[in-house]
Design a protein around this ligand. Structure first.
Ligand code: ATP
Ligand code: MG
Length: 421
């Protein structure tokens, strides 16, 4: 028997229905917020991610699926959405669209070579939004509150936004120097990655999963002390907006995010539940004002987030949130002989095209077994086709709850069910 690759999963049955529900809710909220759906390829030129996420980020240095195709091109299965969308934004000149800012959402599989565990997979799905073309913290507030509201609408009560700012370039530079000074005396006792990060991107040390309890972490300088006035005011304004929108958040100077391209706002959405381990971060994002330029587009400020949908579904389960999924069909059509079978074939199509969920028999089983099938499918009504009735253009309709039976003219069936359902 051939098994699925490590870190992947098959989605079917009830779980597939839950996922469909989630996808529908996300798309419908995006419609209200006027974010447009965008789809980009599963693989991109490797450069798209190397140049954006950062060559020494965890994602690019350890987690990407890189391969050469038969034409010797360097390609990468996308590990995240933002860089690919920015590539598309530039290539399709969306910056020139009269409708601005550009507000996009995606819901797509991502690929990272990780050590699989609960809420951490090699093929997983992210839902995310990107708002490109506005530098106003108004946009940050919208994006953060959108993330927050999605989880509220889904029914998660114990959630919290962890909010931070990385400031502008000047603030970041000052903070970077402070971090180097702080970590230098400890660096020999820290992990190999952190030793590299000290030289390349010391901010990432704060995101380290190995050293997160290291003593040097307890006394790290606070980014908020290194912000220049402009960055500070921006951050305060954002908090004012979030208060106005009644978003529950906490300023957490430890949030830096592992990706290279963030500046100013960064945030995570946390499920506050101690059983949930490290998978309690359901969603993360921030502002990335330099990424479009970095990928050869015009200077374009932008802000966005991505949510891990497997984690979201785990969270809904863990928090015992009721997911409304339809577990019944409207009508089951039972029949025995060939004439009835033809009518069943025709009528199921007719009823389906009129909006009813219909099922019928495919295996030539007895009427008794067909009734059992109808029960298993939680059919609300059963149509029993019978040659004698068909001569009068009629069928027998049974209410599967009350068990009452009634003859209905074939021509009136749609109206009948419209009235009764
Ligand atoms: P982590 O710190 O958990 O590794 P990350 O910083 O790598 O997360 P992002 O790149 O910001 O995560 O991705 C946004 C969201 O996507 C995460 O908050 C999480 O919900 C989800 N996610 C990331 N990696 C995985 C994965 N391997 N499997 C499932 N979900 C994931
Ligand atoms: Mg990660």
């Amino acid at each position: 028997m051939i098994s699925k690759p490590k870190g992947t999963y098959d989605l079917y049955g009830q779980k597939a229905k839950q996922r469909q529900y989630l996808d529908d809710v996300l798309a419908s909220i995006c419609e209200k917020y006027n974010y447009e759906y965008i789809k980009t390829p599963v693989f991109e030129a490797s450069e798209v991610f190397h140049r954006s996420v950062g060559i020494d980020s965890d994602i690019v240095s350890k987690e990407t699926y890189d391969f050469k195709d038969r034409g010797n091109r360097n390609l990468t299965l996308r590990p995240e959405g933002t860089a690919a969308i920015v590539r598309s934004y530039i290539e399709n000149k969306m910056f020139g669209d009269p409708k601005q800012p550009k507000k996009l959402f995606y819901n797509a599989n991502m690929y990272r070579y990780e050590r699989p565990q609960a809420g951490r997979l090699r093929e997983f799905s992210q839902f995310g939004v990107e708002l490109l073309g506005s530098d106003d913290v108004f946009a940050d507030a919208e994006v953060i509150s959108l993330a927050y509201n999605i989880f509220k609408i889904l029914g998660l009560k114990n959630i919290k936004i962890n909010l931070n700012t990385l400031g502008d370039e000047e603030s970041r530079k000052n903070y970077r120097e402070a971090l180097i000074k702080h970590f230098k005396p400890h660096i020999n006792t820290m992990c190999e990655d952190c030793q590299k990060r000290l030289l390349t991107n010391p901010l990432r040390i704060l995101d380290c999963k190995v050293d997160n309890n290291h003593e040097a972490m307890q006394t790290v300088p606070n980014i908020l002390d290194y912000l220049n006035d402009e960055s500070k005011n921006r951050f305060l304004k954002l908090q004012e907006y979030l208060d106005l929108l009644e978003v529950e958040y906490e300023v957490n100077p430890g949030i830096v995010r592992g990706l290279d391209y963030y500046n100013h706002t960064v945030f995570e959405l946390e499920l506050v539940n101690e059983n949930f381990g490290r998978s309690n971060i359901l969603c993360a994002g921030g502002r990335y004002n330099n990424l479009v330029e970095k990928l050869d587009g015009p200077q374009t400020p932008a802000v966005g987030f991505a949510a891990g949908l497997e984690r979201v579904l785990l969270a809904l389960e863990e928090e015992k949130v009721n997911i409304p999924i339809n577990d019944s069909i409207d009508i089951y059509l039972g029949y025995v002989n060939e004439e009835e079978k033809e009518t069943a074939l025709y009528l199921t199509q007719e009823l389906r095209l009129n909006g009813f969920i219909c099922e019928t028999e495919y295996l030539g089983r007895s009427l008794k077994s067909q009734f059992k099938s109808a029960d298993r499918l939680n059919a609300k009504y059963i149509i029993i086709l019978n040659s004698d009735d068909l001569k009068d253009y009629q069928v027998k309709v049974k209410d599967n709850k009350t068990k009452e039976e009634q003859k209905v003219a074939i021509n009136d069936l749609v109206d009948y069910f419209d009235m009764h359902m």
